[in-house]
Design a protein around this ligand. Structure first.
Ligand code: BDR
Ligand code: CA
Length: 324
């Protein structure tokens, strides 16, 4: 039986690859995609998601979610760039504003993503798996509206956080940094949770050769993925070079891949994860208590510190090949 999933995105180049993978996989039943403010403002992330599902002719409803994080922008000087408009140097931009896809007449659903999440997870008769690859605002809000939805969540797979690797500040990863309070609410919600942090996604890097291989495929999804990969590699080479030249992570796709094949995630640890909402230099930091120092906090997630790159890239190529 196919696994019923909901995917929440801030599309975004790697989000786009995650949507393609989730939408094309025969193992997953993607019942809807929700959008959130993150890599860009909500108008852009929603438009990009609609363009993408239309381009691939995917029959998947898209729900527009929160346009701002829960509270982070209320405190003066806590954040300067919310909604985010991308890096100053546009050459470093791995997302761009709009995906280079035809404009679409496809419309988002009328219901707000938060209400849709709360309603769907309340009414469902079978448990649903959630994959969240942007800031966690929509889920945190749904949990505040309807905390009992936790009982109907099979698992939450989250791309977010970092242990030895971070990407916005010395301590924080982008998704958690954009909305730390939301990340903390979700971390403490009590549902089974797998965390796919930067440590795992950087291990599952894609290479320029991978991108060329995908561009040469006779499939819309593979070609578009190849293009996005090259955009990401070019940006990473400039602002955050990986140890191997001409490679880049495609974070969000790894979280979706973990639902199709759990073995893509490696070096798993059952730990307590907390998220720092300090407003200070550690704001948004994901704290993994490997030594179980804080006895008051029990393990609340499984975190993957590594991944099987070959397995992931193979899975991605096989699935994206399925589009026309
Ligand atoms: C995360 O931040 C975003 O820029 C990416 O889409 C990914 O979800 C990585 O830190
Ligand atoms: Ca994302």
């Amino acid at each position: 039986m196919k696994k019923k999933i909901i995917l929440d995105v801030d599309t975004g180049s790697d989000d786009a690859i995650a949507v393609m993978l989730a939408g094309l996989s025969e193992e997953l039943d993607l019942i809807g995609v929700s959008t959130v403010n993150g890599n860009r403002n909500i108008d852009i992330t929603t438009t990009n998601t609609l363009r993408l599902v239309d381009y691939l002719d995917l029959d998947i409803p898209v729900y527009r979610g929160c346009h701002l994080p829960m509270v982070v922008s209320l405190t003066p000087n806590r954040r300067k760039n919310v909604p985010y408009i991308g890096p100053d140097n546009k050459e470093e931009d791995v997302h761009g504003d709009y995906l280079p896809l035809p404009e679409t007449t496809r419309k988002e659903e009328k219901e707000h993503a938060v209400f849709w999440l709360a309603r769907t997870l309340t009414e469902t008769t079978e448990k649903i798996t959630l994959v969240f690859v942007g800031p966690l605002t929509n889920l945190a809000m749904a949990l505040r509206i309807a905390p009992s939805i936790v009982e109907n969540i099979e698992e939450i797979v989250i791309m977010g956080g970092g242990y030895a690797i971070n990407n916005v500040t010395a301590g924080a990863e982008f998704n958690f940094w954009i909305d730390p309070e939301a990340a903390k609410i979700v971390a403490d919600c009590g549902a089974p949770m797998r965390i796919v942090p930067l440590d795992a996604t950087h291990d599952a890097y894609i290479s320029w050769e991978d991108s060329e291989e995908m561009l040469a495929e006779n499939s819309k999804a593979s070609k578009f993925c190849g293009l996005l990969m090259q955009q990401r590699i070019t940006g990473y080479n400039l602002f955050q070079p990986l140890p191997i030249h001409n490679t880049a992570p495609i974070h969000d796709a790894l979280a979706v891949a973990a639902l199709i094949d759990p073995e893509v995630l490696q070096d798993l640890h059952e730990v307590n994860m907390d998220v720092c909402v300090s407003h200070g230099i550690a704001d948004g930091w994901s704290l993994f208590d490997f030594e179980k120092r804080n006895r008051a906090r029990k393990p609340n997630c499984t975190v993957a510190l590594r991944s099987d790159r070959e397995r992931f890239v193979r899975l991605l190529k096989e699935n994206l090949r399925k589009s026309k």
